[in-house]
Design a protein around this ligand. Structure first.
Ligand SMILES: [Zn+2]
Length: 166
């Protein structure tokens, strides 16, 4: 008799659902035994049967991405039941907006110094930037720059052209 001593541990889904993990289990490739929490979150938010149904409807090469996407969304929803993924996206969007303003401000500084034949910024004043959540940035020295101005505002008010032809 060919009794197999090979033991294939059940996937995280079958382990959690206390069922036998049969060959071809739809969860097995995407929820390995060591990633129990990944399945627990997905099951809690979407339900195992819905996830199985969704995975079966997809082409095999799309399933891993879908499983990971569901896992990401589920984890976000577990941590932030109100906003889920949108909370993370909004936070990153605010960060992008703040950094865009800082970039515009730095570009405005560059234009101002270029147009006024000023020495480099370090010789004029020290620029302080707080990268924390407050989005505060200020500048010591006496350079009159409005942080509300965008690169295009500065560019246009100086007649355009960075090539010295204006
Ligand atoms: Zn399984």
């Amino acid at each position: 008799m060919a009794s197999s001593s090979y033991y294939n541990p059940p996937c995280a889904a079958c382990k959690f659902l206390r069922r036998k993990c049969i060959p071809g289990c739809i969860f097995s490739p995407y929820f390995p035994p060591q990633e129990t929490e990944k399945f627990v979150n997905v099951h809690k938010i979407f339900g195992a049967s819905n996830v199985a149904k969704l995975l079966k409807e997809l082409l095999p090469h799309q399933r891993a991405a879908a499983a990971n996407s569901l896992a990401y969304e589920a984890e976000a929803r577990v941590h932030d039941p109100v906003h889920g993924c949108i909370g993370v996206i909004s936070s990153l969007q605010r960060q992008v907006n703040r950094l865009q303003k800082e970039l515009d401000s730095a570009n405005a500084d560059l234009i101002w110094f270029a147009c006024n034949d000023m020495p480099p910024p370090l010789e004029v004043g020290r620029r302080n930037v707080d990268f924390g959540g407050g989005g505060i940035f200020y500048q010591t020295g006496s350079v009159p720059i409005s942080y509300d101005m965008t690169w295009n505002d500065i560019y246009n008010c100086h007649g355009g052209g960075m090539d010295g032809s204006n």
